[in-house]
Write a protein that binds this ligand. Structure first.
Ligand code: FMN
Length: 318
């Protein structure tokens, strides 16, 4: 497989990144992806049950990853999280090599992280945000289309139109995210000019992921039409349709204020759905590509499947 600037930047064999997933991308998962030659990413609250200290949990996840691999991995930081500066300081202390920031102004943390020698990638959902991230000094941008699971950009640009425009808009390498789960998606993204891909949903259905088995099963059961965007007025989020998304959609269409919607969502919906398996009352972040995820495999097999399958996809185009 061709080496891109992303391989050089991150020190990885293949430009395949497992994206940070707040509650469910744990140290084991990140290490398995990195060991297979990609880049694993630990979510800042991975496996945290809400009891005890989040910082202790994050340090534990980093230690777990380090026990399993000597290869580089990343930690995801949501800039708007009130704890984001504390998390950044923890990552500097722990000498984490790479940070993937998202949701918020990249100028807030990038200079600090870069000063301390960390590589920084920032997730963007438009050309304007990509240019802003480049100006803030990030090493690469992740252009995430609205097919992606979890939080999405307000302009709802799909990966297919977002990636080539971001590639044209910035000089730093671009990683494509949203709607990629196999070698076909990988080749398509690279053909659009991306120098790497970031994948979330496919990695939920892996042996190493700490997501609740019922949530993994819901991903396997999902059809092409099983996900929906909710929260358009407060921050669009894609997840599996259930009683929670139905109620939230109804509330949004009835014109309730953002405060009322936030109050309804509350703080614990994501861990309830994704870690504890509450399939109806919880929030199940999941991408539209779930309809193609059919089996639970090892995370390393996901990476190897893409690497081994890419050649055949390319040959089929000749
Ligand atoms: C369960 C879940 C949780 C996620 N949480 C985060 C997060 O906390 N921070 C972040 O930057 N992206 C998050 N994402 C987005 C992923 O990192 C990744 O960019 C996205 O899943 C790629 O699209 P895909 O789902 O189509 O593979 C999440 C995605 C999922 C599915």
């Amino acid at each position: 497989m061709k080496r891109t600037r992303i391989c050089e930047l991150l020190g990885v064999e293949y430009p395949i990144i497992q994206g940070g997933m707040a509650w469910v991308s744990n140290g084991e998962l990140a290490a398995a992806v990195s060991e297979a030659g990609g880049l694993g990413t630990i979510g800042r609250t991975a496996g945290w049950d809400g009891q005890g200290d989040w910082a202790d949990n994050l340090r534990k996840q980093i230690r777990i990853a380090r026990e399993r691999t000597n290869k580089p991995f990343s930690v995801n930081v949501v800039v708007l999280d009130p704890r984001s500066r504390d998390i950044a300081e923890l990552l500097v202390e722990e000498k984490v090599p790479i940070v993937t920031t998202a949701a918020g102004n990249p100028a807030m943390l990038t200079p600090y992280l870069k000063e301390h020698g960390l590589k920084v990638m920032h997730v963007v959902a438009s050309c304007r945000h990509a240019r802003g991230a480049e100006k803030a000094g990030v090493d690469a941008v992740v252009a995430e289309g609205y097919e992606a699971g979890g939080h999405n950009g307000v302009d709802e640009l799909p990966t297919f139109v977002l990636v080539p425009q971001v590639v044209d808009a910035v000089g730093v390498p671009v990683v494509a995210a949203g709607g990629i789960a196999d070698a076909r998606g990988f080749v398509a993204a690279m053909a659009l000019g991306a120098e790497g891909v970031q994948i979330g949903t496919r990695f939920i259905a892996t042996a190493e992921c700490c997501a609740h088995p019922a949530f993994k099963q819901a991903v396997l059961d999902a059809l092409d039409t099983s996900t929906v965007i909710t929260g358009r007025t407060i921050g669009p989020t894609r997840g599996i349709k259930n009683a929670f998304t139905e109620k939230l959609t109804e509330m949004e269409y009835s014109g309730l204020s953002p405060e009322k919607l936030e109050e309804f969502i509350g703080m614990g919906r994501s861990p309830a759905g994704q870690l504890k398996g509450d399939l109806e009352g919880g929030e199940l972040y999941c991408g539209a590509i779930a309809g193609m995820v059919r089996d639970i495999v090892s995370a390393g097999d996901v990476v190897r499947g893409i690497v081994e399958g890419a050649g055949a996809v390319l040959r089929s185009l000749e």
